[in-house]
Design a binder for this molecule. Structure first.
Ligand code: ADP
Ligand code: MG
Length: 261
């Protein structure tokens, strides 16, 4: 693997209030290389989405460091942060919530081109159409609105918009979980192809170990805000060392486990 792209050290986040006190992230440390996919699995409530949101700076952590190419993200000046902001992008499970229902798909993809000043005004339209093609959609999709297209197409649009900022890392939080098996398979192929072409890194959060195993080089298993196990995807899924990992594998239907062995 090429050099380390992302390094996370001692990340912690506690949610308190209304009688709750939850360590959503508890001293989380890991790294991701350029062109690598780290899968993240763990039971519901284990902190996976909080990790994603902290990386995107949607949630401020209580402690810890996030280094991208060796730069400490929490220490960047607002100006530098604005310039770097595009380098981590996220695709959510439900793209409808992340898109303005009134704007066209083309405009939604061109916005980050404008905000991150990736290309100048005259070139934006052409780059937007090229992005659509790169995710396997036709250019005439650009005049439609997000609720007018299928679930699989929505996730392709979300990916195209993420790619518009030329990210180094794309965080996918259950991004394929709501899709049909065949649509999900084609999205996985697309993600792998884009990674091969552009060296993008992925943090791939999923609840289905079979899907996570398919795309991940390494896997981190989370439980109660902690990473309880990391290792090569095949090793973790064939012989998990943690109780949480064992429980996740045991929950896979056996017909599937034998089929993918
Ligand atoms: P996962 O994505 O693995 O299901 P989350 O990161 O969504 O887990 O949640 C981890 C824990 O933090 C859960 O106990 C959840 O209820 C809590 N949590 C997440 N976000 C908030 C929030 N904004 N306010 C209060 N508690 C939260
Ligand atoms: Mg979640």
């Amino acid at each position: 693997m090429p050099d380390e792209l992302l390094r996370v050290e001692g990340l912690s986040k506690r949610f308190t209030g209304r009688g709750r006190n939850v360590a959503a992230l508890d001293d989380v440390t890991f790294s991701i290389s350029g062109g690598e996919t780290l899968g993240v699995v763990g039971p519901s409530g284990s902190g996976k989405s909080t990790l994603a949101r902290v990386l995107l700076r949607l949630v401020e952590p209580d402690a810890g460091r996030i280094l991208i190419d060796g730069e400490d993200w929490r220490a960047l000046s607002p100006k530098t942060l604005r310039r770097r902001r595009g380098s981590i992008q996220m695709v959510f499970q439900d793209p409808l919530s992340a898109f303005n229902p009134r704007t066209t798909i083309g405009k939604a993809i061109m916005d980050p081109l404008r905000i991150h000043a990736v290309v100048d005004r005259d070139a934006r339209n052409a780059v937007m159409e090229e992005l659509l093609q790169r995710v396997g959609l036709s250019a005439d999709m650009s005049s439609r609105r997000i609720h007018e297209v299928s679930g699989g197409q929505r996730q392709r649009v979300a990916l195209a918009r993420a790619l518009a900022s030329r990210p180094r890392l794309v965080v996918l939080d259950e991004a394929l979980s709501a899709l049909d098996v065949s649509v999900r398979g084609r999205m996985l192929e697309l993600l792998v192809r884009l990674q091969a072409e552009e060296g993008i890194s992925y943090l791939f959060i999923g609840h289905d170990p079979a899907v996570v195993r398919m795309i991940s080089h390494r896997v981190a298993v989370m439980d109660h805000g902690r990473i309880v196990e990391t290792g090569d995807a095949d090793a973790v899924f064939s012989d998990p060392g943690s109780e949480t990992g064992k429980a996740l594998i045991a929950a896979i239907p056996t017909w599937r486990r034998s089929g993918s062995a």
